[in-house]
Design a protein around this ligand. Sequence first.
Ligand SMILES: [Zn+2]
Length: 313
Amino acid sequence: MPSNVPNRHTNQLLLRWLIGGVLLVAGLIGALWYNEHRAISWKDTLDPFYWWRRWHNEDLYLPQQDLLLHGNHQLPEVALTFDDGPHPQSLPSILATLQRFHVHATFFDVGENMAVYPNLVRETLAQGNEIGNHTSTHLRLPRLSPLELHHEINDADITFYRITGQHLYLLRPPGMDYNDRVLAEAKQMGYIVVGYTVGAKDFVTDESASFIVHRTLDRLENGSILLLHDYPDTARALPSILEGLAKRGYHVVTISEMIAHLPLKPRLAAVQFLRQQGDPYFGPMVASCGTNLVSPSVVKVRMKKEYKLSQSN
Ligand SMILES: [Zn+2]
């Protein structure tokens, strides 16, 4: 029946379009699902060099820049970091929750907030947490002149030193905005720059606590560094985040503990750098005969406040 031939042809064409459409929709849904749950960015996922570096543990810590990007892939541990504080509206609640769950976190505090709330700085440390430098006034570092850049980092350290008698050794640039110049200056000033792998987007003010929990827990893997903020919404989300971490079998560590747990090669590089700066967590450098070494860079860190203007000219 010749009249059926075009009909059959049309049906086959329709069927192909239908199958193609279903596959396309399924692909889109799969991509969206993956995007919601991925621990690795698209850029890295598609980059064979990333997988090569990951295989060789070269994606964790970059010794040239002293940049920490990730914890040990083999250990079920994550580091909680809280930026922008200390804030009296949220920090007491965050500290109480951490204490209730018997875990410690790393707080990247802003110098001008530390100056206003020195007791919160002391309380944070007294409970076994650690504090890193999140600059003096939260300016984007690549836009600053060399002198402004130095002061923006160093003034936060001066404030912290006045409150605690200790220096800062970890730095998180505001907005994770940095370039080679910022990394070089941070290294020169004795800092390890700390990145993050999971951002909870908890700085968006109208996001609910459940959004923060969902976004944080969905993207975890061994060695993740969680970027949270010292804000009230995050404080409300924190108990559920910690419950979720425990349920998934993750230990919560500070950044210093995460560094101490890195695989051998990156660990040696990071610990040696911090020891040279005099970081008390890792202790001073010890010579093979057992006597303490004071390396030249320890002296440099003690002199950190006295910046030579000529360096910037
Ligand atoms: Zn910040």
